[in-house]
Ligand binder design. Structure first.
Ligand code: SF4
Length: 203
């Protein structure tokens, strides 16, 4: 059945907000980004059996600049956190984050020094998906819930105000600023290194 048969004849009225949100949720492009075992389930979801193409999402983008959904599929190590944040920073607004699996949502069974205890310490999360690993059906369910959330979002400055109201506690600082190397402890040039060695000798 085509769309024409479902729509009533005549004039169709809607709000700009609803129309924009409908187009946004109908063409979410995920970033190609998998961290651990959950990524296998994410890849399966993109395959022909589950077919993310039904939601206009089959194109996992190789560049974050062309993606608006980050599916954090797997545990996030402390070493990977700055990379994850950089990818997030490179994604254009509006963008959404889905924490897939218990590891990315809360650290899961990896309660140790190496794993970030929830990716919301690094980026603001819009949807949490529990499970280890969540099945493709569960990922699709989370994506559909995210679609519903996107349909309810206001536009522009109202969206920013809503995010602040919701207490998204991750500050949006560009990774180039946040993770800029400390020149004193990590000199990037040979000249800088020798200066520091000389300074240490004098101490
Ligand atoms: S939630 Fe389970 S499947 Fe997913 S990354 Fe953690 S251990 Fe692997």
């Amino acid at each position: 059945m085509g769309l024409e048969e479902k729509l009533p004849s005549g004039i169709l009225l809607t709000s700009v907000e609803k129309l924009v949100n409908w187009t946004r949720k109908s063409s979410l492009w995920p970033a190609t980004f998998g961290l651990a075992c959950c990524a296998i389930e994410m890849m399966t979801t993109g395959g022909p059996r589950y077919d993310l193409g039904r939601f206009g999402m089959e194109v996992f983008r190789a560049s974050p600049r062309q993606a608006d959904l980050m599916i954090v599929a797997g545990r996030v190590s402390n070493k990977m956190a700055p990379v994850l944040r950089q990818i997030y920073d490179q994604m254009p607004e509006p963008r959404w984050v889905l924490a897939m699996g218990v590891c990315s949502s809360s650290g899961g069974m990896f309660n140790n020094y190496a794993i970030v205890q929830g990716v919301d310490h690094v980026v603001p999360v819009d949807m949490y998906l529990p499970g280890c690993p969540p099945r493709p059906e569960m990922l699709i369910d989370a994506i559909l819930k995210l679609h519903a959330k996107i349909m309810d979002e206001p536009l522009g400055p109202k969206r920013a105000a809503l995010a602040a109201e919701q207490g998204k506690h991750t500050e949006l600082v560009a990774s180039s600023v946040r993770y800029a190397p400390n020149k004193e402890s990590k000199p990037s040039t040979a000249a800088g290194k020798s200066e520091i060695i000389e300074a240490r000798k004098k101490q």
